[in-house]
Ligand binder design. Structure first.
Ligand code: NAD
Ligand code: IPM
Ligand code: MN
Length: 367
């Protein structure tokens, strides 16, 4: 049977609390679906590593991680110890770039049993995917400060869009939309105000879209799109966005489906030249870290995305079914963000216990 090598990086804060629950569920998926996981855990990409070494990563991090089939990542960032831009550019953002993980796939789904803040929405009404450009755009290191500390101080930071970088993520999004029932692609733009890069983005959507006449396409300015996420989330199927717009939409989407705590993401190198990285959308949550109440579902769902990527779709489906079964059950096992009084470990253990032993039929949305 198959064997997969998984690099595990818990990182900081609640990353260290939710990763063990994700692993518990992954191990159970392996046991019930006849494959093996070789898991190696790393302590780098964390504030603790920074305190000991003065860097976020060891010199040989790249060949070390390249030896793995996938990276299972918690969250990084502990601003009390190391400034966020230092820790993030020194780890996660570096992984995304060096491993050319140019697609950040972030599903948004209202799950049965979860009460979202939007009135009158049922599971089935909200089911879309944000495809976020993940290696360029507004996240650039091009720019700088001049006349620092004077009244004439100037700060510049450029957005970088390359034809190669824009087209490849758009093509991925169109292909992805083509594989879904609705075959609908929404592009996030702001070509009215950001009048150089965003009109270019729109042009490339048109150009690449010519190869996909079977995919319906629309676009919204990012401000209006944010409002539609709240008011008309049922409109969306695949939403493609630049790095920053995708970042914002991928917190807003899950907030509309109840909690950031359930949201997964896959940082993918579609060519599979490098390992892909699977992490929840949320961060290290210093405000709740250490209390054992973080929701592990985002981390567990990431595990399902990882198994899908590794070629274990049945095990991936079993993980998601287990999540859905537990969410639809009694609320006391759920974490506080889901309205329960349960702990991270209780919820993780409950989900792991259902992996491979449950098939839930997701109820049809009321008509
Ligand atoms: P955050 O996502 O950590 O937290 C935002 C809010 O959501 C907080 O109130 C938090 O308690 C809540 N929350 C997040 N995950 C939760 C979970 N699993 N269960 C229950 N509640 C949850 O965002 P932030 O506070 O802006 O960032 C904190 C740190 O994490 C910063 O250092 C930031 O740079 C970093 N960060 C890292 C990643 C990553 O590693 N991918 C992502 C986002 C933020
Ligand atoms: C995310 C995070 C990161 C990002 C931060 C921590 C740099 O918010 O993965 O969404 O902006 O990409
Ligand atoms: Mn984010």
């Amino acid at each position: 049977s198959a064997r997969y090598r998984i690099a595990v990086i818990p990182g900081d804060g609640i990353g260290r609390e939710v990763v063990p629950e994700g692993l518990r569920c992954l191990r159970r998926a392996a046991e019930t679906h006849d494959f093996a996981l070789d898991v190696v855990e790393f302590d780098f990409a964390s504030a603790a590593y920074w305190e000991r070494h003065g860097t976020m990563l060891p010199g040989d991090w790249q060949p070390t991680l390249e030896a793995f089939d996938a990276i299972y990542f918690g969250a990084v960032g502990w601003p009390a110890v190391v400034p966020d831009h230092v820790s993030l550019w020194g780890s996660l953002l570096r992984f995304r770039r060096v491993f050319d993980q140019y697609v950040n796939l972030r599903p948004v789904r209202l799950l049965p049993g979860v009460r979202g803040p939007l009135a009158g929405r049922a599971p089935g009404d909200v089911d879309f995917v944000v495809v976020r450009e993940n290696t360029e755009g507004e996240y650039s290191s091009v720019g700088g400060r001049v006349f620092e500390g004077t009244e004439r101080e100037i700060v510049l930071q450029e957005t970088v869009m390359t034809r190669h970088g824009v087209d490849r993520v758009l093509r991925f999004a169109f292909e992805y939309a083509r594989g879904r029932e609705a075959r609908h692609l929404t592009s996030a733009t702001k070509s009215n105000g950001i009048a150089i890069s965003m009109p270019y983005w729109d042009e490339r959507v048109e150009a690449v879209g010519r190869d996909y006449p079977d995919v319906d396409r629309d676009k919204y300015h990012i401000d209006a799109l944010a409002a539609h996420f709240v008011l008309n989330p049922d409109r969306f199927d695949v939403v493609v966005a630049s790095n920053l717009f995708g970042d914002i939409l991928s917190d807003l989407g899950p907030a509309c489906t109840g909690t950031l705590g359930i949201a997964p993401s896959a940082n993918i190198n579609p060519e599979r030249r490098y390992p892909s990285l699977f992490e929840p959308v949320h961060g290290s949550a210093p405000d709740i870290a250490g209390r054992g109440i973080a929701n592990p579902i985002g981390q567990i769902w990431c595990g399902a995305m990882m198994l899908e990527h590794l070629g274990e779709p049945d095990a991936a489906a079993a993980l998601l079914s287990a999540v859905e079964a537990v969410l639809a059950g009694p609320a006391d096992a759920l974490t506080p963000d889901l309205g329960g009084a349960g702990t991270t470990t209780q919820l993780g253990t409950a989900i792991a216990a259902r992996v491979g032993s449950t098939t839930v039929a997701v109820a049809d949305p009321p008509t």
